[in-house]
Design a protein around this ligand. Structure first.
Ligand code: SAM
Length: 277
């Protein structure tokens, strides 16, 4: 059984705000969610989405199941090349310099909504292959969080098919992976530097502070505006002045956000004493 697109759109426009999510973010990816909804109807032996809406009203615990059906977990290494090129050329050298000047030796990074780890490992490998030898006194640690335990399991294993690595520059591919049959596995020493944790951004965040936070194609696409503001506030509290927040290519800070300086599309610096310039 399939659900009709119009019926699915009507249902999502009703249900998503109740999960503090927004229809606008799901418009393009709705087919995936609609397919999952059709499967859920079959599991519950329900004829159509209005009956599922009634089921949600009667069974509050079903909202968590619906929330899970709305996780869009697509990712790949070096996604949005221009952003990682900018981090490589401009941001990582500055953050390293600032950290060493402050007497610290660890670059603390957070990948929020990390999916299967592609973003977190890309950042770490960028640092290890291109920067670490120039700053032997410094190291990078990455905390990577996601609400979905299934993707985190894959992230901890750190093994990927060639397709998700096709945008990764050759030096990072050569320096960061071991082959295991047809898979490419992140070397154990690098895997040890990324800590994967299950966490729902709506309810909790790692303590920080962080020098760099990546939150791409997650909160600022799928969350409603008030929730985006709350999440942004959490990021603000976890970055020092001069700390960097990276959003996805098609994302923007929620309207009215203050205290951020745009460096490059999607790359924002927290303003205040000690800023980068
Ligand atoms: C499209 S992926 C983005 C992955 C990566 N950041 C990237 O840009 O390639 C979005 C991820 O955000 C996660 N996510 C969605 N809602 C979340 C929440 N409330 N808390 C934490 N992670 C969440 C999803 O499970 C999914 O893995």
């Amino acid at each position: 059984m399939n659900v009709k697109d119009t019926e699915c759109v009507r249902f999502l426009q009703w249900a998503l705000p109740r999960l503090r999510l927004r229809w606008h973010g799901f418009r393009k990816v709705r087919k995936q969610v609609c397919k999952r909804l059709a499967r859920r109807l079959r599991e519950l032996n329900l004829p159509e989405l209005p009956a599922y809406a009634a089921h949600l009203d009667a069974h509050q615990e079903e909202w968590a199941v619906l929330d899970g059906l709305c996780h869009i977990t697509i990712s790949r290494f070096y996604r949005d090349r221009a952003v990682f090129d900018y981090l490589d050329k401009k941001i990582l050298p500055l953050l390293t310099e600032n950290s060493l000047r402050r007497g610290g030796n660890t670059l603390r990074c957070w990948s929020a909504g990390c999916a299967s780890g592609e973003e977190a490992y890309t950042l770490l490998l960028l640092w290890e292959v291109r920067h670490a030898s120039r700053a032997p006194a410094a190291e990078m640690r990455v905390v990577a969080t996601d609400v979905d335990e299934r993707v985190l399991e894959r992230a901890r294993k750190g093994c990927y098919s060639g397709g998700s690595l096709r945008e990764l520059p050759p030096d990072l591919l050569a320096g960061g992976f071991e082959r295991l049959a047809r898979l490419y596995c992140v070397k154990q020493a690098s895997r040890n530097k990324v800590l994967f944790q299950r966490q729902d951004l709506r309810a909790a965040m790692p303590a920080g502070p962080f020098d760099l936070i990546l939150c791409r194609n997650a909160a600022f696409t799928y969350f409603d505006e008030a929730l985006q503001q709350e999440v942004l506030q959490g990021f603000h509290e976890r970055l020092p002045a001069g700390g960097i927040l990276v959003l996805g290519r098609h994302e923007a800070l929620p309207p009215g956000s203050r205290g951020w300086l745009a460096h490059h599309p999607g790359v924002y610096e927290k303003q205040g004493h000690g800023a980068l310039q």
